[in-house]
Ligand binder design. Structure first.
Ligand code: NDP
Length: 444
């Protein structure tokens, strides 16, 4: 089969799954040459095997809201590949959740997890449930119902879910509480747990920090640093919050923050008491980012994304396909020379082409946001060992692994002495590791 015949086959086999096809195409474009050059991979038909999940579970999630009404959502777990370790990947609770989105996320997770150097396979799950606007009681009832099915499929050595959009510390708590009740065991079958009950220090910070560490390593290849750089961030959730904190620590100035209602532009920078305000607004009051503009007297752009604000560095930390081709062109025109993706697949393929043609420093999510799953892996290690490491140790491990991820991207993605294709580098490095393991494990 040629590459284009293979992609036709993927499209035919996965109707109505545009996000999944987009994610597969990106990997196939990067690795096809390597695949063709490895007869062992071809003989084992790795490419056709790697695009089909080991198992997909779809289930009904009925629960009762505060008004006493019965509500029904759809729950999913896509266990994509466990060639190098137990299935591992987050749970997303958002109304947009469907099989295509979870398959794209699970597929990406295979290669991301391989890049971390830790023994973790790829998975993703979630539900079309909207936690926003629900009471704690409703969120708890939903989580308990969701886990009443999921508990059969996950476990310490089998499949270890974590958080993602709409699933933070509160949700992981309710999910883990129900898991331990049903299984009658206290094992680390979820990560992102509270530090009092088996979680790792630095896990909440890890994805945002990791995205900035990746950017720092990329900057250093050009003898640059964050000092004095203007940074545009999208999102205001878990990843965005800690990316902003780390940029501030490194001497950069973050001028935008957003949520699904629009973005705020604060030219003076979102730091100090303003960052504290965001943490309180989003994590305790669960309010909208517009309130920030009222509090600090700056402008809110309703329904808009922040990419027309001039910046040196862009850190998209909200959701998939949030930078389109026009956004990418605007970023470049305004002088942006580095994009490090905190979110998963936030740039459309056409936007990625623009970044690559302009030869800016561009790191795809599967490399740049791998700090979250890395620290989940470290949480699993601490659970296995019955230990709790201090912040310094976890952060040092995270920093070391992000540098290792950067090195792998450079090793496999160097185009010439001036340019590294981080997409190609991340995809090939992750693919090689998983494909070799699949060959070793036989046709299973
Ligand atoms: P959160 O739920 O904490 O925050 C998500 C943020 O993105 C919110 O500000 C949300 O706004 C915004 N957002 C979500 N959907 C949209 C949309 N359709 N349009 C505009 N804004 C949107 O999630 P996380 O911070 O955990 O995740 C953000 C991204 O990072 C996701 O792509 C996720 O897959 C990725 N990621 C997360 C990891 C983690 O450890 N948490 C690990 C690796 C990747 P609103 O509140 O209005 O919905």
């Amino acid at each position: 089969m040629t590459k284009s015949e293979f992609m036709d086959h993927v499209i035919a086999k996965n109707p109505n799954q545009p996000e999944f096809i987009q994610a597969v195409k990106e990997v196939v474009d990067s690795v096809w040459e390597v695949y063709e050059a490895n007869p062992v991979f071809k003989a084992a038909n790795i490419m056709e095997r790697i695009i089909i999940p080991d198992r997909t579970i779809i289930f009904r999630v009925p629960w009762v809201n505060d008004a006493g009404e019965v509500v029904v959502n759809t729950g999913y777990r896509v266990e994509f590949n466990n060639a190098i370790g137990p299935f591992k990947g987050g749970l997303r609770f958002h109304p947009s959740v469907n099989l295509s989105i979870l398959k794209f996320l699970g597929f990406e997770q295979i290669f991301k997890n391989a890049l971390t150097t830790l023994p973790m396979g790829g998975a993703k799950g979630g539900a079309d449930f909207e936690p926003k606007g629900k009471t704690d009681n409703e969120v708890m009832h939903f989580c308990q119902s969701f886990m009443s099915e999921l508990f059969r499929h996950i476990g310490f050595r089998t499949d270890v879910p974590a958080g993602d959009i709409g699933v933070g510390g509160r949700e992981i708590g309710y999910l883990y509480g129900q898991f331990k009740r049903l299984k009658n065991e206290y094992s680390g079958a979820l990560t992102g747990k509270g530090v009092q009950w088996g979680g790792s220090l630095i896990r909440p910070e890890a994805t945002g920090y990791g995205t900035v560490y990746m950017a720092e390593d990329m900057l250093s290849t050009r003898g640059e640093s964050f000092e004095g750089k203007v940074v545009a961030v999208s999102g205001s959730g878990n990843v965005a919050q800690y990316a902003i904190q780390k940029v501030n620590e490194f001497g950069g100035r973050v001028v935008t923050i957003s949520d699904s209602t629009g973005f705020v532009y604060d030219p003076d920078g979102i730091s100090g008491e303003k960052w504290d305000y965001v943490m309180q607004l989003k994590n305790e009051r669960r309010g909208r980012i517009k309130e920030y503009s009222k509090e600090f007297g700056c402008k809110h752009f309703e329904g808009k994304r922040p990419w027309n604000i001039p910046c040196d560095i862009a850190l998209p930390c909200a959701t998939q396909n949030e930078i389109d081709v026009d956004d990418a062109k605007t970023l470049i025109k305004n002088g942006c020379f580095l994009v490090s993706e905190g979110a998963n697949m936030p740039s459309t393929p056409e936007a990625v082409d623009v970044f690559q043609e302009a030869r800016i420093l561009y790191a795809p999510g599967k490399a740049a946001n791998a700090g979250g799953v890395t620290t989940s892996g470290l949480e699993m290690t601490q659970n296995y060992m019955g230990q709790s490491w201090d912040k310094v140790r976890v952060n040092e491990e995270l920093r070391r692994i992000m540098t290792r991820i950067h090195e792998q991207c450079v090793e496999y993605g160097r185009i010439d002495d001036k340019y590294v294709d981080y997409v190609k580098g991340a995809n090939i490095a992750g693919f090689m590791k998983v494909a070799k393991a699949m060959v070793d494990l036989g046709v299973v």
